[in-house]
Design a protein around this ligand. Structure first.
Ligand SMILES: C[S@@+](CC[C@H](N)C(=O)[O-])C[C@H]1O[C@@H](n2cnc3c(N)ncnc32)[C@H](O)[C@@H]1O
Length: 252
């Protein structure tokens, strides 16, 4: 398997909230937390790529026992600076493979939001991630993914690049390679009076492909919506929130 690259270091970790302020708006956070708390159903929740705790902390404040897996110590440092962080357990490592010690089969919910499944840049790693989640979930437990629908339809014919952010202090361009099913998000961000470039790589993934990954890991898809308030998923939806259930008879 490829070595995972940690893109969320130094200033990206420190400035995460100011780079993506809209993600912290109550209108974004509250419905996600409601959705996740409902599926946790009184049990424990595991966030893959917990980051600075944008959702883990409010979910924990709702009384849910939350544990996070995270690759970047710098992101965890930001999480630890916040109120309520002391009750959120953290395991450092790659969420495709790392195990939370002693917690196999113990979570009622696992979740992976904000396109973070795409941070795994091979199909093999994405499949491994589903298997790793199945290992952590109790039978009947749920796995939630929030991820974009690949935007290939929005590419002008013959081009490979599409702008996704055009703010004066933050420009973003997505570059697609359909041969490898990979993309690179080029961010050009104002810092210290100059502009800096940050270009994390992704593997974009189709909804139906995720369903197959779920099956390979002994899970069945139960829900697919276009947002956290369960609006219908349609052919025009730009992202989806999907829920798989670990089958009662799986051997994983
Ligand atoms: C887009 S941020 C999302 C953070 C948080 N979930 C949120 O909603 O704000 C992605 C996070 O996933 C982490 N991450 C990316 N790939 C990872 C991997 N293979 N294993 C563990 N964490 C990973 C990054 O370090 C980063 O903190």
């Amino acid at each position: 398997m490829e070595v995972v690259e940690n893109f969320f270091t130094g200033p990206i970790a420190r400035e995460y909230k100011s780079l993506w302020p809209h993600l912290y708006e109550p209108g974004v956070v509250d419905p996600a937390v409601d959705f996740l708390a409902g599926l946790a159903a009184g049990g424990s929740a595991l966030e893959l790529g917990v980051g600075t705790g944008r959702l883990a902390l409010p979910l924990s404040a709702r009384g849910v026992d939350v544990h996070g897996i995270e690759l970047s110590p710098d992101m965890v440092e930001q999480l630890r600076l916040q109120e309520g962080a002391e009750v959120v357990g953290i395991t450092l490592g790659d969420f495709a493979t790392v195990k939370v010690e002693g917690r196999g089969g113990s979570f009622s919910l696992a979740y992976l939001v904000r396109n973070t499944i795409m941070n795994l840049t091979t199909q093999e790693a994405q499949v491994e991630c589903f298997r790793n989640v199945a290992w952590h979930l109790e039978k009947g437990g749920h796995f939630v993914i929030e991820v974009m629908v690949p935007e290939l339809r929005r590419l002008p014919p013959g081009t490979t690049v599409r702008p996704f952010m055009l703010e004066p202090t933050h420009l973003g361009f997505e570059q697609y390679d359909v041969a490898t099913q990979r993309s690179v998000s080029h961010h050009i961000v104002e810092r210290d009076g100059g502009m800096e470039m940050w270009s994390p790589g992704f593997r974009y993934v189709w909804p139906a492909e995720l369903d197959l990954m779920g099956r390979l890991a002994g899970m069945v898809r139960r829900e697919r919506w276009s947002d956290w308030v369960r609006s219908p998923f349609t052919s025009d939806s730009r992202s989806h929130i999907s829920v798989w259930e670990k089958a009662a008879e799986t051997s994983l």
